[in-house]
Design a protein around this ligand. Sequence first.
Ligand code: CO
Length: 161
Amino acid sequence: MRLERPPALEPEESESARPAGLNHVAIVVRDLDEAVAFYEELLGLPCDGRERVESEKVDVAFFGTGRGRIELVCPLTDDSGVARFLAKRGEGLHHICLDVPDIEAALAALAARGLPLLDAKPRAGAGRSRVAFLPPKGAHGVLIELRQGPAAAAPSHDEPT
Ligand code: CO
């Protein structure tokens, strides 16, 4: 049975809840040093920075600045969602990340339409962002990260503007 399509975003919601564009594409890897070396030395893309994201139990590395970055994600333990994904599906595309101006507004708009959410509330992401994920099942097979960057008053070197 096909579910009835939820109502589309209203114009007044779209201001704050509608994604502003692609922030990054994330690829899960088994060995971060090896993967970073591949991107840097063989593809010639300089690594823009590495970070440990405790909330996800992963180390990440970013390539590029601004929109359309690449994030490499490597699990630190065997018991995280990313580790289970890697064990089940191997290396490859893990998620896409969309910038939203107001992550609470975006989550509220999705929840109001009955769309499945992995995070009802935002949590800490890389680069002092706040993030929340939508499960692949409700999103045409792709894990989607919504991301609100830190306030402009406190920029960081890896923060796209
Ligand atoms: Co990400």
